[in-house]
Design a protein around this ligand. Structure first.
Ligand SMILES: [Zn+2]
Length: 387
């Protein structure tokens, strides 16, 4: 076994309880109030400090002064319990800090749009009794959870509870329970498989085997063409200004996002289990960091940008699932991995349809199979150099 890493998972649940709705409203209003006040008089609630490295003056919050200034107000005027009042002070100072120091992309104003509240692991608990599930909040009592997926009981059996985030969706409260676990992961080894994504399929494999999973990208293109683009064309330039049309379009985008998310979650799980069952402990992925700038510079079509974005998502999920199963994930430079002949390493190749033909040694192979083999080869050569 190699490293130990901390894994985070999030579980979504639903509660209908007036006291929680009230709490979230109060908390958010309190948060807005504190942030506003701190932004109005930053010197009163923190200090300015010159940072040599960045040659900039930065504001640092002083939690004691913020506590002194707001604790009673949060309790009396906003009806927060001591735990929530302290949590609110903390969150507000972090928000104020990032606004004052201009850490949020030059956005100098601060608008807390959605109603939500945060609560640390010591202030809440979730417990199960038979078929029912209850959320207990310190100082507020117990609430029955209406919507929760029983599957995660098994999935997160031996995990620790982390922060709880509550969000208001109409009259319903959505709970986002964070769960944490420290896991051991394998030392990356030569028992490796690589993953390659093309438009139609996700390919996993190496010299010995290969498996393919169909992607929903074609379906997504169809949705975009037949629903979003048609609507936009029909209403021409007006569509951006009419609320109903804008909402319809954003509903389609949500659906597209939902399809992508379901796909990456499912396929990442299958990929990781597939590798594990066959005795592999290392998954090789393309390192896309170098590509980012090039991607930005080139005028890519929507389709290509979307595929890139989906691949990023897929990678994050594979990494998460791999950690959960104790597998290692490594990233290698993907340059030319689909053009190099895996047999003689020559770059003197050409494609006919999706078949790579090596002009040097005559070797032919499907393009995606070439990519996974080359990715694994690249990893093996890094491994050999390191020894
Ligand atoms: Zn060759």
């Amino acid at each position: 076994m190699g490293d130990e890493v901390s894994l985070t998972g999030v579980v979504e649940m639903t509660v209908r309880a007036e006291p929680l709705v009230q709490l979230i409203r109060n908390y958010t209003n309190a948060l807005r109030f504190v942030v506003h006040e701190v932004l109005r008089k930053p010197s009163e609630y923190g200090r300015w400090r010159y940072i040599k490295r960045s040659k900039r003056i930065k504001w640092e919050h002083d939690l004691r002064r913020i506590h002194h200034g707001f604790y009673e107000v949060l309790k009396c005027r906003f009806n927060l319990t001591p735990k929530f009042a302290i949590g609110c002070e903390r969150e507000a100072s972090m928000i104020a800090k990032s606004v004052i120091n201009n850490e949020n992309n030059g956005e100098n104003r601060c608008v807390i749009k959605s109603y939500r509240a945060r609560c640390d692991y010591q202030s809440y608990s979730v417990k199960f009794e038979g078929d029912k599930c209850y959320l207990r909040l310190q100082g507020l009592g117990e609430f029955e959870v209406n919507g929760f997926n029983k599957k995660w009981l098994d999935k997160y059996k031996d995990w620790r509870f982390g922060d709880l985030i509550m969000k208001l969706r109409g009259t319903v409260v959505k709970l986002y329970v964070t769960l944490k676990k420290v896991v051991g992961i394998a030392n990356p080894s030569e028992k490796a498989v690589a993953v390659d994504l093309n438009f139609e399929e996700v390919v996993i494999g190496n010299h010995e085997f290969e498996a393919r999973f169909r992607t929903p990208l074609r379906k997504i293109i169809h949705l975009k063409k037949n629903h979003i683009e048609k609507t936009q064309k029909k209403y021409n330039r007006k569509w951006g200004y009419v609320k109903g049309i804008r909402n319809a379009i954003s509903r389609w985008w949500k659906r597209i996002n939902g399809i992508t998310n379901d796909f990456v979650k499912q396929v990442s799980r299958r990929i990781v289990l597939f590798a594990k069952e066959r005795g592999y402990d290392t998954i090789v992925l393309e390192d896309l960091n170098g590509l980012k700038d090039e991607q930005a510079k080139l005028k890519k079509t929507w389709r290509e940008r979307f595929a890139f974005f989906a691949y990023r998502k897929l990678q994050n999920w594979i990494e998460w699932q791999a950690k959960k199963e104790g597998l290692a994930v490594v990233y290698v430079n993907p340059a030319n991995t689909s053009k190099t002949c895996p047999k003689c390493k020559s770059l003197n190749t050409e494609f006919r349809e999706r078949i790579l033909i090596c002009k040097n040694c005559g070797f032919t192979m499907n393009r995606d199979s070439v990519a996974v083999i080359n990715l694994v080869n690249r990893w093996l050569s890094i491994l050999r150099c390191a020894v």
